[in-house]
Design a protein around this ligand. Structure first.
Ligand code: UDP
Length: 238
């Protein structure tokens, strides 16, 4: 596969069109780290390769469990081949334990185990700071086609959570919360897209509650790369 033209550069990835097939794209994982709507910026050499490996392993697991994803195959340390799809402009956030913006906004003590899995939608718009939106906002702004699509996104979020929550529990990690994105392919199928990595999830060590994700960068805790390496090591461990 040959990279043709860079069609998009996001905070964590560059997307390239593919010379041989207009239905495919190459996603190139970057070493850049951003937080707080890109107000805080940094870089960690090798982070892109780690996220590519971690996300690929997670997407493969989800695919085995019947979740349709945009991932086709790994091309190199930092590149993967993906199906071209139209990204639904919503960040679907799934939460098991209160922290981050949920704790801040609603005053729920950090670390509180939620009585049920919470699914939230945030409108993907950097200029607006990705605001929280409800179902009616999504429908009013045509962010999805129908109420049925919203139900599907919530259902997929919960299903992915239940697969990953027990997978990571077996690896000694608490899956605190995560953000996922979906796209619609040319046949109208909703596919899990983007990535699932320590940039987009919160993982706490099951024994010590040590943070093993991008919060190490957000909160200047140090050893960002070591934490990502440890997450990959545990994912690949038997
Ligand atoms: N998240 C993300 N990208 C974003 C916002 C959030 O990947 O633009 C992830 C974040 O890593 C966490 C979950 O979504 O796993 C919930 O994040 P939260 O709403 O608490 O936001 P934050 O505290 O990061 O502002």
């Amino acid at each position: 596969m040959t990279k043709s033209e860079m069609i998009y550069e996001g905070k964590g990835k560059k997307m390239w069109s593919v010379a041989e097939d207009s239905d495919l794209l190459i996603a190139e994982f970057k070493d850049d780290l951003t937080a707080f709507n890109a107000e805080k910026r940094g870089s960690e050499s090798g982070k892109g390769a780690l996220n590519n490996k971690i996300s690929t392993a997670i997407f493969k697991l989800l695919k085995e469990k019947g979740i349709q994803t945009a991932l086709v195959e790994t091309l190199s340390d930092t590149e993967q081949l993906v199906k071209k799809c139209k990204i639904i402009p919503l960040e679907v956030v799934v939460r098991n334990i209160a922290t981050g913006s949920l704790s801040k906004r609603l005053g729920i003590k950090e670390g509180t185990v939620l009585p049920f899995t919470l699914v939230e939608f945030y409108y993907k718009d950097d200029a607006l700071g990705d605001p929280l939106v409800n179902d009616e906002h999504c429908l009013m702004m045509d962010l999805v086609k129908s109420e049925n699509d919203l139900d599907r996104l919530k259902h997929l979020g919960r299903e992915i959570n239940s697969i990953l929550f027990s997978f990571f529990a077996n690896k000694g990690l608490k899956l605190v919360d995560f953000k996922i994105e979906f796209g619609v392919d040319k046949d109208g199928n909703i596919l899990l897209a983007d990535e699932i990595s320590p940039d987009s999830c919160r993982f706490w060590d099951a024994k010590t509650n040590e943070k093993m994700d991008k919060d190490r960068f957000r909160q200047d805790l140090g050893n960002v790369k070591m934490a990502y390496e440890e997450v990959l090591r545990r994912i690949l461990s038997e």
